[in-house]
Design a protein around this ligand. Structure first.
Ligand SMILES: N[C@@H](CCC(=O)N[C@@H](CS)C(=O)NCC(=O)O)C(=O)O
Length: 214
């Protein structure tokens, strides 16, 4: 399996499958395509007939070009890793939240770009405040769910945590407030050895993206 990603400091969509694969112990090779520096992503996307976006997972002849599609593929390939919760009700909840993340939270995503290296307090706009409230509602719903023990959304780490992983950086690094349950999840995500590995790589990168610096 070969995962194509972009900047570890900035690429929120790349982080999702990368983290899931690391936490699940799925072996993979990775190539970083710094899309604003040089034309490696353009060449890659033309070669495969894809939009110029990452993440992309290539498994022999199979090309999977979307973060959520990759997570679904991994869950199917490695059922024993339980990348979706075992209980049907919890799985439906996790999938709903993951899908909401994939298609929503536009204000948070655009106004608070993921930047693992930055730590500064920035006041949220009204639109972002509403989305932070929505995060608190989602976290409360998981708190009330019948689920195994563990510090992650569905107890054990699963694809829903991977989908929200960049939100951890956004809330933590810009000093935003969601809820105590969300704070506990932030700590668990931050403490993952895989997340620390990602952070170390992000810190070691020298590329700068002014549009991702607040
Ligand atoms: N829907 C896609 C979105 C992927 C996406 O937007 N990727 C960004 C990096 S985080 C990208 O490749 N941008 C390339 C560019 O802006 O040129 C997914 O979920 O995988």
């Amino acid at each position: 399996m070969h995962l194509y990603i972009a900047y570890k400091n900035y690429s929120s969509w790349s982080l999702r499958p990368w983290l899931a694969m690391k936490v699940a112990g799925i072996p993979f090779a990775e190539t970083l395509l710094p899309f604003a520096h040089g034309n490696s992503l353009k060449q890659f996307s033309e070669q495969h007939g894809l939009p110029a976006q990452v993440p992309v997972l290539i498994v022999e002849d199979l090309v999977i070009w979307d973060s959520l599609a990759i997570l679904e593929y991994l869950a199917e390939c490695y059922p024993e890793r339980q990348l979706w919760p075992e209980s049907g009700a919890l799985r439906a909840l996790a999938r709903s939240a993951a899908a909401e993340m994939h298609s929503g939270f536009n204000a948070l995503r655009s106004q608070f770009p993921m930047n693992c290296r930055t730590e500064k307090a920035v006041a949220p706009s009204d639109a972002v405040t509403q989305e932070l409230q929505r995060l608190a509602e989602i976290w409360a719903r998981f708190e009330q769910a019948d689920k195994p023990k563990g510090p992650f959304l569905a107890g054990e780490f699963s694809n829903v945590d991977a989908m929200f992983a960049p939100v951890m950086w956004r809330v933590r690094n810009y000093g935003l407030t969601v809820s105590p349950a969300f704070d506990r999840w932030v700590q668990a995500m931050y403490d993952l050895p895989a997340m620390q590995e990602w952070l170390a790589s992000a810190r070691a990168e020298t590329w700068q993206m002014p549009s991702y610096e607040r």
